[in-house]
Design a binder for this molecule. Structure first.
Ligand SMILES: Nc1ncnc2c1ncn2[C@@H]1O[C@H](COP(=O)(O)OP(=O)(O)OP(=O)(O)O)[C@@H](O)[C@H]1O
Length: 286
């Protein structure tokens, strides 16, 4: 099946001739799939999401490869066209709800902006939709929340607001960039369940960036494992947690805390696994 998102041998460089922070990355997200993007800090997970969303920091450029969304090549689009397409069809759930929300604006405007300015809805319809979506994410008093400022809400509530904002216009694709990292453990679990429920209700394809193999186990149909800007392997959750994952994937699983088995000690990724992986990656790059 053709993916709604097809990334083929994507490379991103610092400057025109600088080092590559993404090297020949290929992955495909099927319609309705939650695809995990997993790796340690600095592996390049966020950069993949940012490339798709046209949000690469200044100075970083796509130097090779292709990113196709629903058949359309994104790397060839002028930035303004890409921004428009992203606004209309792709939504982002960011990592830190506090910095993602404007502290001096009420919640209402922060959910309705995209509906009104990008999709051209009238304000009344957008407000009704915002209220309905806050209800969908189990916010108890949607109309009061719409009138609130971000500092009046808890961290978990703010993340619920951002999930509502992402799903309000029924996007075709959602990029979730470590959306539970800034939350405490019990809230993390609720937010993961909520994202799962919203994704299932809307049938939205999703790229879910995380450094936590536990999240992949709970949420993802398939996942791509990254190390140092390169793909280690892509597989179904059954494969990654089965008897024969790549040794690095196995080591990542061993390095992930299990909330259901806190007595188990964590094993850091062994040096020989990293060395073997580096040699393998160098051989692939040639
Ligand atoms: N503006 C930038 N200029 C140059 N290099 C950058 C820039 N932003 C990130 N990088 C580098 O790109 C690489 C990938 O970063 P990225 O943020 O995608 O990692 P990540 O896997 O998402 O890590 P984390 O889990 O810590 O967010 C890292 O080596 C990082 O130092």
């Amino acid at each position: 099946m053709t993916g709604i998102l097809e990334i083929d041998r994507l490379s991103v460089r610092i400057g025109p001739r600088g080092p590559r922070i993404l090297k020949d990355v290929s992955l495909s997200v099927a319609p309705g799939e939650i695809h995990g993007l997993i790796g340690e800090s600095g592996a390049g997970k966020s950069m993949i999401g940012k490339t798709v969303a046209g949000l690469l920091p200044r100075g970083l450029n796509v130097s090779d490869g292709s990113v196709r969304f629903d058949g359309q090549e994104l790397t060839a689009l002028p930035r303004s066209r890409l921004r428009k397409l992203v606004g209309e069809r792709i939504a982002i759930i960011p990592q830190d709800p506090l910095t993602a929300l404007n502290p001096s604006r009420r919640i209402a405007g922060q959910i309705t902006d995209r509906l009104v300015h990008t999709l051209g809805w009238d304000r009344r319809r957008a407000l009704l939709r915002a209220e309905e979506t806050l209800d969908e994410v189990s916010i108890r008093n949607p109309s009061q929340t719409l009138r609130s400022y971000p500092h009046e809400l808890s961290g978990g509530m703010r993340q619920r607001v951002l999930i509502a904002a992402a799903f309000a216009a029924a996007p075709d694709f959602v990029i979730a960039d470590e959306p539970t990292t800034a939350l405490d453990v019990t809230v993390q679990r609720q937010i993961l369940q909520l994202i799962r429920a919203m994704q299932a209700r809307h049938g939205t394809a999703m790229l879910f960036v995380t450094h936590d193999m536990g999240v992949v186990a709970k949420l993802c149909t398939r996942a791509t494992v990254l190390y140092a800007g390169q793909v280690v392997e892509t597989g179904t959750a059954e494969h990654l947690f089965g008897p024969n994952p790549h040794p690095y994937t196995e080591a990542l699983i061993g390095a992930t805390p299990r909330y259901d088995r806190p007595e188990e000690s964590l094993r850091p990724v062994p040096e020989h696994v990293i060395e073997a992986l580096r040699a393998e990656q160098e051989a692939t790059l040639g």
